[in-house]
Write a protein that binds this ligand. Structure first.
Ligand code: RUQ
Ligand code: CUA
Length: 667
């Protein structure tokens, strides 16, 4: 099958090759030397010579270069790491299209500055006070219908603070952040069940559930993990906290998750490490956590029946911790919800195959990738064929009887994705390679070096029932020699790999990512997302409702009420109305601002100095800004987007009259 790009390659370069204008054999130095004289100035060949480009480079350029106004075939949604954001990247052009503000303030979008988004962020703050100003965003998950991306919503977790966010893909805006005080950190999130019934947040580092205190010496008894099943209400586009629940897990370090699909629908899988229950204490004469946690040959894959668990929750067999219904570990065992099977050598990724029949698991310290058969797991459970129990009573299935086989894959295998040709791809962290192997006979077919230390990989639809076969993104943690030096902290390196040729893998683009540390990404056809161009007038974009303070042109006004001064404002090219706002020192001021434009991209900003006021209003958007005018003086306010020829004139004044300066209130 020929891709359009390959076709373009043929159209554009083959005639040049025929005409002897492009060096054929890799364009080595000698070849370039020899033909130097013949290359007319400005010709393709001359450009190749001057820039030292080989044929493969030109080919890669033709596959990724997108002329002005051209569009991409895929959106990639990548975690923005510590930034707390999501990065939207066009593929194959690798152009960055958007940073979606999620867990942290983002000034351009006014995110975290207006009342709406301040409240949204506050929903993710710790219940006992304090503001979070960063996140460790990990795994984005597109909403699914029948196990395939449906392009409606995106979810992402903050590992450091155990938060989950909902992003609406109508406008690529965060609409909800939820947090349970049940767990302290999450790594196995976010993963969705095949119809987005649940957004799953698996834990990482055990701690007493609900935020209680217990000394680390009580680790085995008092520390626990818990996986949260956040119920998603698709109609409302929101997580329903009251309908959500969790399951208590032993104090192993649960790692990544994946949800069963098709044959394995109704089951959830969680990796773990540190079944040794090492707790560190290296200043107290004990081995450090990492060496204590690497003693066992096997840790446990957690096999959890969420479909059956729903019934257990419905029957009320839960206890409330931190306001959440939690299935106790004993109950999960009694009800036959939870089983373990061994997984070799510091397991990391667990990935369910597109047909839902198998699970692929890699051990970071193993050279194999292990393929488990879901049918075998189910048969062992049915026959109660257990090799024993863990210290908490969870039945353990025998390893050998659970697997189909192992692929000898290389050093440091982490994550696996699938394509439409029956190939699996596994990242090799230590080797800095991506391996392509055949799911059918578990043979490695090809390996491509990546630069360097690859973590996750992402194939278009590569974790769904319907994977694509054109592109794979390698998300590399180290960049060392790839880019011009910018000091000790380097960008990370996203590398686009063409996987369309069954014979060969080709690296076609390096994209430095200056927001670390991005983890996972998912790629979806652009055509599957239906983004809007403007909001209906008066829209509160965080709730997708019309604001009760919506103001239309002609109804702008200033009203003094018992709770302060309410200013009903509009913005339109090129004025702010009202453009003079008089208040008195100490007044609480409520600005209700509407961008009354309905033209695509006609965004206005709004700013007032000293008071840290900064809003961004997309066409149709309404925001509220509340502040106390506690500093008397004259404060220019202006639009912060270069929206029109008279943008600089789109301004006005906030006048805060000092206390006692006059007796009347001028409104
Ligand atoms: S993980 S680099 Cu934090 Cu998704 Cu494997
Ligand atoms: Cu509106 Cu500048």
């Amino acid at each position: 099958m020929r891709s359009r790009m390959q076709h373009l390659w043929a159209l554009a370069v083959v005639p040049l090759l025929a005409a002897g204008l492009v060096a054929c054999q890799g364009g080595g130095e000698g070849g370039a030397e020899k033909s130097k004289k013949a290359a007319p100035s400005g010709s393709l060949k001359q450009i190749m010579q001057e820039r030292g480009l080989k044929e493969a480079d030109v080919r890669a350029a033709l596959q990724t270069y997108t002329p002005s106004g051209g569009r991409d075939e895929y959106f990639m949604f990548a975690s923005g790491g510590h930034s707390g954001q999501v990065i939207v990247i066009g593929v194959p052009s690798m152009r960055i299209l958007k940073y979606i503000a999620v867990f942290t303030p983002e000034p351009w979008q006014g995110y975290g500055f207006d009342d709406q988004t301040k409240k949204l962020l506050a929903d993710g703050d710790p219940p006992n006070g304090g503001k979070l100003t960063w996140a460790d965003t990990h795994h984005p998950a597109l909403s699914e219908t029948d196990g395939d991306y449906d392009g409606q919503y995106l979810f992402i977790n903050d590992k450091a603070n155990a938060r989950v966010a909902v992003i609406d893909l109508k406008d690529f805006v965060t609409t909800q952040i939820v947090r349970s005080n049940l767990i302290r950190s999450d790594h196995g999130g976010t993963f969705v069940t095949p119809n987005t019934e649940y957004v799953v947040e698996g834990p990482q580092y055990p701690a007493p559930l609900g935020g209680e205190y217990a000394d680390i010496s009580e680790y085995n008894d008092k520390y626990r993990g818990a996986a949260i099943f956040w119920k998603f209400d698709r109609e409302k586009g929101r997580i329903d906290k009251a309908a959500s629940w969790a399951v208590e897990l032993p104090p192993y370090m649960q790692d990544l998750s994946d949800m069963g699909k098709k044959d394995s629908y109704g089951w959830a899988f969680f990796n773990s490490f540190n079944t040794e229950r090492a707790t560190g204490g290296n200043l107290e004469g004990k081995p450090s956590l990492e060496s204590g946690a690497s003693q066992n040959d096997m840790d446990y894959l957690h096999i959890f029946n969420w479909k059956k668990a729903e019934e257990v929750v419905k029957a009320g067999k839960t206890k409330k911790i931190a306001g959440m219904r939690v299935i106790p570990l004993d109950t999960a065992i009694e009800e036959g919800l939870l089983y373990f099977v061994g997984e070799p050598k510091s397991p990391h990724g667990v990935d369910v195959t597109p047909d839902g029949k198998e699970l692929v698991i890699s051990g970071k310290l193993d050279t194999h990738t292990t393929v488990y058969s879901f049918a075998k797991l189910m048969k062992l459970i049915e026959d109660k064929n257990f090799q024993g129990k863990d210290p908490y009573g969870v039945p353990i299935l025998p390893f050998k009887e659970s697997i189909r086989g192992q692929a000898q894959i290389g050093l440091g295998p982490l994550h696996t994705q699938f394509d439409d040709k029956g190939f699996a791809y596994t990242s090799l962290f230590i080797e800095s390679k991506v391996a392509r192997w055949s799911l059918k006979d578990l043979k490695v077919l090809d390996k491509i070096p990546v630069q360097y230390n690859v973590g996750h990989i992402s194939v278009t639809g590569g974790d769904t029932v319907n994977p694509g076969g054109k592109y794979l993104m390698a998300m590399n943690k180290w960049a060392i020699d790839r880019f011009d030096p910018v000091g000790p902290l380097l960008p990370q390196n996203f590398q686009l790999i063409d996987i369309s040729d069954p014979e060969q893998l080709r690296l076609i683009y390096d994209l430095p990512i200056p927001l670390g540390e991005p983890h996972y990404a998912q790629m979806i056809p652009v055509s599957r997302i239906k983004a809007i161009n403007v909001y209906p007038p008066g829209e509160d974009v965080t709730t997708k409702q019309t604001s009760p303070f919506k103001t239309i042109s002609g109804q702008e006004r200033i009203e003094r009420k018992p709770d302060g001064v309410h200013v009903y404002m509009t913005e339109v090219r090129s004025h702010i109305t009202p453009d003079t706002i008089r208040v008195k020192e100490g007044d609480t001021v409520h600005l209700h601002i509407d961008n009354v434009e309905q033209a695509h991209d006609a965004t206005h900003g709004f700013s007032i100095d000293t008071y840290n006021i900064n809003a961004s209003l997309e066409p149709g958007e309404h925001v509220d800004v509340t502040f106390v005018a506690d500093k008397p003086g004259v404060f220019p306010m202006y639009c912060t987007e270069f929206c029109s020829a008279l943008h600089l004139e789109m301004a006005g004044y906030l006048l805060v009259e000092p206390k006692g300066a006059s007796k009347e209130t001028k409104l």
